[in-house]
Design a protein around this ligand. Structure first.
Ligand SMILES: [Zn+2]
Length: 69
């Protein structure tokens, strides 16, 4: 994948955690579970934790995580 900012090739790796992760349009302060009815997106989790393939551009300090992989 090419970086949308500098157009150089990005490094493929994983954004990962031993706990569950989710995307939200706001910071949660208490309940760290996604509310999918409000459009929050859960990152898949299994026995080894949660992870999503993520492309990194070190030059631009940008990560991109396609959610359909
Ligand atoms: Zn870049």
């Amino acid at each position: 994948m090419k970086c949308p900012y500098c157009n150089e090739e990005m490094e493929l790796g994983y954004l990962q955690s031993s706990h569950s992760m989710f995307w939200s349009d706001k910071k949660h302060k208490h309940m760290f579970r996604p509310n999918t009815k409000n459009g929050e997106i859960a990152i898949p989790i299994d026995l080894w934790g949660s992870y999503v393939e993520t492309y990194l551009c070190r030059k631009c300090n940008v990560m991109i995580s396609p959610l359909n992989k």
